[in-house]
Design a protein around this ligand. Structure first.
Ligand code: ATP
Ligand code: MG
Length: 407
């Protein structure tokens, strides 16, 4: 097959490949970008494979970054874009069922394509648009089949992450996993134990956010891979509930995904333990924890003014979006209205400071200052007190529990 018209992403990268071929080497578009192009999907990064060594590439491109030259990857900057260029390699010495301990640069494209995980990811395109398809990847793409390159069990034993990538692609593309490939996953699911949680999480998140998350989850369940992921052993019921829920609507972001997943589990461990085990980033963890705290309330009624204020606009909207999975009415406009009518949107807008309190009341600094500010904040937010300094000081004189703080 010949590709007559390159997509713009390939067109912009073409001079990079041509520079390599002009120097007497081979260069190809390879992997995910070729797959995504053939599927008419958005191409996120253009990966280039070559028989030139990283040092040979570095000589051709003065502006390069070392992304692991000893593993054969270098990035070059060309017309404001960066491209990852990977030297053809085979991988050896898969110790412990994960990443190879050693890579060997090879001069043949075939050897390089052979080490790739699935046939749909083992396609290459040369500068003239010729598709190099040594493992019938195009046919599998057309038939929507995820098939390991070579002997599946061997390939999953070399690198167990590939099994997670397999179910992830099922979740993103809605493809089915070829029988032998799937049987090998099921047989060797236990090897996933060897893989760093961070890498499993990346794949699992992509699965959950995929357009076909239900297919991905079904494969994640049926392959038993879930049993080797943090705190999901024994949670098959939760995963089935999630699968069922996602038939309604796909998930928009990781905050929603983790909140929903945790809520469906049996909660044998607390949210903190669960998220930590999955090694979520701090920010993501904080957001999920906040939504998790307010979810039980929202399941019974709309959030009130104070709750919307505490959660903030964005998270309040997200919490509302989750309601679709609980057969509740989703009222995003209602949340917007509550937020917009808040007298202050955050603490810094309060017309009262610690200094104001100290100056006005002349008591020594102490815990009472923070407590008084908190009282003012809450009463302003719930429209009980106007946000105006003098009137706040008056209200404080009347309503603050002074004797609790000043002995
Ligand atoms: P995405 O769209 O998520 O980027 P991708 O297939 O491009 O998917 P990458 O991690 O960017 O995934 O990897 C690029 C290519 O490298 C893949 O298409 C595949 O050919 C190869 N590859 C990546 N990870 C593995 C692996 N664990 N085993 C074998 N080949 C792999
Ligand atoms: Mg990619």
């Amino acid at each position: 097959m010949k590709i007559e018209h390159f997509p713009p992403e390939f067109e912009t990268a073409l001079p990079v490949l041509e520079k390599i071929t002009a120097a007497g080497f081979e260069a190809y578009f390879v992997g995910g970008c070729v797959r995504d192009f053939l599927l008419h999907h958005l191409i996120h990064d253009v990966d280039i494979a070559t028989n030139a060594t990283p040092h040979e590439i570095a000589q051709l491109f003065p502006k390069y970054f070392d992304l692991g030259i000893e593993h054969g990857t270098i990035a070059v900057l060309e017309r404001g874009e960066t491209y990852e260029i990977t030297t053809f390699r085979t991988e050896q010495g898969y110790e412990d069922f994960r990443r190879p301990s050693q890579v060997t640069f090879v001069r043949s494209l075939k050897e390089d394509l052979k080490r790739r995980d699935f046939t749909m990811n083992a396609l290459a395109v040369d500068t003239n648009g010729n598709l190099i398809d040594l493992f019938d990847g195009l046919k599998d793409l057309e038939e929507k089949i995820i098939r390991a390159v070579g002997e599946p069990e061997e390939r999953f034993s070399e690198d167990a992450l590939r099994m997670m990538r397999g179910v992830r692609f099922a979740g993103q593309l809605g493809f089915s996993i070829e029988e032998k490939t799937f049987a090998a996953m099921k047989k060797r699911h236990d090897l996933l134990e060897k893989i760093a949680v961070e890498r499993i999480r990346v794949e699992f998140e992509k699965l959950l956010l995929g357009d076909f998350a239900t297919s991905g989850l079904q494969a994640f369940l049926d392959s038993e891979l879930y049993r080797c992921t943090p705190h999901l052993l024994g949670e098959d019921k939760a995963l089935k509930t999630l699968l069922h829920a996602l038939q309604k609507q796909t998930l928009e972001n990781p905050v929603l995904a983790w909140t929903l997943l945790y809520d469906f589990t049996s909660k044998k461990v607390g949210i903190e333990t669960f998220l930590r085990a999955w090694k979520l980033s701090k920010n993501l963890m904080n957001d999920v924890k906040k939504l998790t705290a307010f979810l039980p309330v929202r399941k019974t009624r709309m959030l009130n003014t104070w709750e919307v204020y505490q959660l903030g606009n964005s998270l309040s909207q997200q919490l509302e979006m989750l309601m679709i999975y609980y057969q509740e009415e989703v009222d995003l406009a209602g949340v917007t209205e509550v937020f917009e009518q808040l007298p202050i949107k955050n603490k810094s807008e309060l017309d009262l400071s610690g200094d104001d309190l100290l100056k006005n009341f002349q008591y020594p600094a102490g815990l009472w200052v923070g407590a008084a500010l908190a009282l003012a904040e809450k009463n302003v937010v719930i429209h009980r007190w106007p946000n105006e300094k003098n009137s706040l000081l008056e209200k404080m004189a009347e309503e603050f529990p002074w004797n609790k703080y000043l002995k």
